[in-house]
Design a protein around this ligand. Structure first.
Ligand code: COI
Length: 396
């Protein structure tokens, strides 16, 4: 049985990478981070060019002037940390990540507040998850100080790219991959870490509107012992065909069911899910528990905390397809939503499937508690509400 099961995002557990002998020794978070040398782009985009992008950024279509890049080798550990112009180049067509998918990533955002300050949200939690993903993919962990130091350096350098529109933010994309040019199937001996940044608006083109979902009966996202709780490239590549099936069936997103019993709801696309039972002050939230096959979302963890702050019962549990369908029919389940960094909180309005029927969640609209939690979270992220949990990390 796998003992590599993480039930929360307890940052204090960062050094406990996993049980058993790790392929790479855990890096001392506080001492192994190299200093970042600044060699920024000498012809950055003009204000006019940025304004044109801010008018309609979409999601992940445009990138700032610079990236931060660092290299790991067995002999030197993490070194060559540099802030440099444009997309990083490392390795060639024979590099490990392209052939065998030894590649992981993260996603977090920087927000410009009304006081002029620029903040990120819980970057230590992303650093910790990145280290855990690295372990699963036999990559060396990026020290937290390098992870956060890269964010600070890049956001400072490219601060003009942090949008002022409160519905936009600067999406930060840390990426780590095997960059050795070699076709042997083994952990890469040359590894690259890159941080890039992209000004973004809403993740879903329709904005914050209820999405329709397709239950994936045929395809499975993750199985016990697999890579489900790691944020690795392959999980997203293997989801695309199921997402295409959802689209063919006029649904916006795919919902994943567990691989063994084929009945427990796990995730929606690349996002965690919440189910609301009851309404008003008696509403109770349930999110699928982290069994090792689900991504331990930072937004998921924040929503659990915020719901409890607001006085609601919020717990991790299980929910089957049948319970979801019957609960909606009886009115016991009043809302369903998905959450993640990119789309924040998105209501789910309708479900469709090959074998389990089709149904609406309540009237198919945006649930009251869904939108209340979304506002509570976004208000903290954008500086409109007090950050009682100390989640914001000020950069400027
Ligand atoms: C997120 O919610 O941040 C995600 O993981 C989606 C991302 C793959 C675009």
């Amino acid at each position: 049985m796998s003992t590599y099961v993480h039930h929360d995002l307890d940052v204090s557990a960062a050094k406990v990478v996993a049980s058993g002998a790790p392929l790479y020794p855990a890096v001392d978070r506080d001492s192994a981070a190299p200093a970042i040398t600044l060699k920024p782009n000498t012809s950055p985009a003009s204000q006019a060019e940025r304004e044109k992008i801010f008018a309609d950024p979409g999601f992940g279509r445009f990138f700032t002037d610079n990236v931060v890049r660092a290299v790991w080798t067995k002999a030197d550990g993490w070194h060559q940390a540099e802030l440099v112009s444009g997309a990083a180049s490392a390795g060639g067509l024979s590099m490990n990540a392209l052939h065998y998918g030894q590649s992981i990533f993260e996603g977090l955002k920087a927000y410009r507040h009304a006081d002029g300050g620029i903040y990120t949200f819980r970057p230590e939690a992303n650093a910790l998850r990145f280290q855990r993903s690295a372990h699963r993919l036999a990559l060396p962990p990026v020290p937290t100080d390098l992870f956060i130091g890269a964010i600070e350096a890049l956001v400072r350098q490219d601060q003009a790219w942090v949008p002022t529109d409160p519905d936009q933010s600067l999406y930060l994309r840390p990426l780590e991959f095997g960059s050795e040019d070699a076709l042997g199937v083994r952990p890469s001996t040359h590894v690259t870490y890159v941080l890039m940044a992209s000004p973004v608006g809403a993740y879903f083109p329709q904005g914050v509107k209820p999405v329709s979902v397709w239950l994936s009966d045929e395809y499975v996202r993750a199985a016990p012992g697999g890579t489900g709780e790691a944020k690795c490239a392959g999980n997203y590549a293997s989801s695309l065909i199921a997402q295409a099936e959802a689209t063919e069936n006029n649904c916006d997103q795919v919902v994943w069911i567990d691989a063994i019993e084929r009945k427990y709801i796990e995730e929606m696309g690349g996002m965690n899910m919440f189910f609301v039972y009851g309404s008003g002050s008696d509403a109770r939230l349930v999110t699928p528990k982290l069994t090792g096959t689900l991504l331990p979302g930072v937004t998921r963890d924040s929503v659990l905390t915020l719901a409890r702050d607001l006085g609601y019962q919020a717990e991790e549990g299980t929910i089957t397809v049948e319970q979801w369908r019957d609960g909606c029919a009886s009115g016991e389940i009043t809302e369903t939503f998905a959450c993640g960094t990119a789309a924040v909180i998105t209501p789910v309005g309708r479900v469709d499937s090959k074998n389990s029927g089709a149904w609406n969640i309540a009237d198919g609209g945006s649930g009251e508690l869904t939108m209340k939690l979304r506002a509570a979270l976004v208000d903290i992220q954008t500086g409109k509400a007090t950050d009682t949990h100390n989640w914001l990390h000020r950069i400027l």
